[in-house]
Design a protein around this ligand. Structure first.
Ligand SMILES: Cc1cc2nc3c(=O)[nH]c(=O)nc-3n(C[C@H](O)[C@H](O)[C@H](O)COP(=O)(O)OP(=O)(O)OC[C@H]3O[C@@H](n4cnc5c(N)ncnc54)[C@H](O)[C@@H]3O)c2cc1C
Length: 454
């Protein structure tokens, strides 16, 4: 589009959101045109920052009239390049971060209505102020937005208990590609009046419309918690250990995070203030968290411990007798728990600082996880790679990263062959090539290859 033509469009956009919310100079757009991974960066005609659903609708109508595509953007923490423009397209970036109001909280109904640009951690804080929790949690919580969470159907470390973002959302407001507004914010838990548009919009990464607000379910606050770092005898026993803990705690496991030795080592090397949780580093480490909101579980026992903690220690004792668990560190203070979670949430930054890496975000049937990891690790080692894996093991989700081993030069390693091996293995074991990060730009070609055309 010639610059003169966009000047006219720009004037119309300024009339909607005011001139200072239509950014067009390279320096003012700089913070919006590249993605978190640093892999994707492309020009935009403008960054437009609406503050209301009506603004979004009006902007969409102008863009349709001028054949301009729109890339919705939240906190820019997506890991697949979905929140930035594609080279060669005439696009604006629609930044939703000014739409950051929590419209209402229904404490009795245990729901909350938030706009798309609300930062995830703000939702945590607001819910807690009302004695409730919003359980979606992961490393980017301080800056990702709920619009981005919904659009990628984000998961995180509590999915084993509470589900993905989809399971937490019971209503949506969105602007469709013709500029019309869908308002489904009633928060009804039952509403079988036709197609479920909400569930189509969730995980659609902005391809079907722009989410402007949503209703979320809230949960009771956990009043007792047991957090531990375990060393398992092997990855094969992980599912058994998880199930035994679930059975003995009434399904209370909130996190069961796989952290093998290589991953913990790289975190401790990159962030020296983070310490190995066990004296003998665990080959198969698990960050375990069990929690309950029942007053009974929070009762203090004669020895000063909390009932839930005591129960988890007992189960771990039995698992150790059976040699499924080799060692365990149960946290005894809020600080110790924080340290374990800081370690877990530092992994992506640690890998990024460590050097070049290729990240798979995959899922598998629980029974196939150990087989996948064994086969991938052998193949990776043979080709000069050091795997740096972590995973939300309770959901069968692995973040499997390949980095260069020792003195190997990243550029000389056979990445295409390794990717082929991984995707063939995934097909054989009936897994998915994108578990929770979405498609974006990074997985478009693999999606074309692996998804059935129908
Ligand atoms: C350190 C770190 C740890 C992470 N850990 C996890 C994890 O454990 N689990 C997990 O699932 N993800 C994780 N992520 C990925 C990321 O945080 C999520 O994908 C997040 O949901 C993105 O939100 P955002 O607001 O930053 O979205 P953006 O990056 O801005 O956008 C992401 C996608 O959503 C679209 N989008 C954004 N807002 C809207 C909207 N309002 N309407 C329509 N489309 C929209 C964009 O176009 C883009 O395609 C992690 C990221 C980082 C950096």
């Amino acid at each position: 589009m010639p610059a003169t033509d966009f000047t006219k469009v720009s004037e119309q956009l300024c009339a909607i959101v005011c001139a200072h919310n239509v950014l067009t100079t390279p320096s003012s757009m700089e913070g919006y045109v590249k993605d978190w991974t640093g892999q994707y960066r492309s020009d935009a005609l403008a960054i437009v920052r609406p503050v209301s659903t009506q603004d979004v609708s009006d902007i969409v109508k102008i863009c349709i009239a001028h054949h301009i595509s729109i890339v919705p953007q939240g906190g820019q923490k997506g890991l697949c390049g979905g929140g930035v423009t594609i080279e060669g397209h005439q696009s604006i970036i629609l930044s939703l971060t000014r739409m950051n109001t929590i419209r209402s909280i229904d404490v009795n109904g245990r729901t909350l209505i938030a706009e798309a640009g609300v930062v995830l951690e703000t939702l945590h804080q607001k819910s807690l102020e009302h004695g409730l929790i919003f359980p979606l949690v992961f490393g980017a919580k301080g800056s990702c937005t709920i619009g981005g969470n919904l659009s990628t159907n984000a998961g995180g470390s509590n999915v084993v208990r509470y589900g993905n973002t989809r399971e937490l959302c019971i209503g949506i407001e969105a602007v469709m590609p013709d500029g019309s507004i869908i308002n489904a914010l009633t928060g009804l838990r039952k509403d079988n009046t036709g197609y479920d548009l909400k569930n189509l919009m969730i995980g659609a990464e902005g391809t079907l419309g722009i989410i402007t607000a949503a209703v979320f379910k809230l949960s009771p606050v956990q009043t007792s918690r047991a957090t531990a770092f375990l060393s398992l005898s092997s990855l094969d026993v992980a599912v058994d250990v998880l199930n035994r803990l679930q059975d003995q705690t009434g399904g209370g496991v909130e996190a069961f995070e796989y952290m093998p030795r290589e991953a913990v080592d790289v975190i401790c090397n990159q962030f020296p203030h983070i310490r190995q949780p066990l004296d003998e580093p665990a080959k198969t480490g698990i960050l375990l968290e069990v929690a309950s909101s029942r007053p009974f579980d929070a009762e203090q026992l004669d020895d000063g411990s909390i009932r839930l903690e005591d129960q988890v220690v007992q189960v771990l004792g039995e698992l150790m007798e059976q040699e499924l668990v080799i060692d365990a560190m149960v946290t005894r203070s809020v600080q110790q728990r924080r340290d374990l979670w800081e370690m877990r949430e530092s992994i992506l930054e640690a890998i990024t600082q460590n050097g070049p890496a290729y990240h798979f975000d995959i899922s598998l049937p629980l029974a196939q996880i150990a087989s996948f990891v064994d086969q991938m690790n052998s193949e990776a080692a043979m080709h000069g790679y050091l795997p740096l894996t972590v995973g939300h093991l309770g959901d069968g989700n692995l973040h499997y990263a390949l980095s260069a081993k020792g003195n190997e030069r990243w550029d000389s390693l056979p990445l295409a062959a390794m990717k082929q091996f991984a995707f063939d293995l995934l097909i054989e074991l009936k897994g998915s090539f994108s578990a929770e990060h979405g498609i974006g730009q990074s997985k478009l070609s693999i999606m074309t290859k692996l998804k059935e055309p129908a």
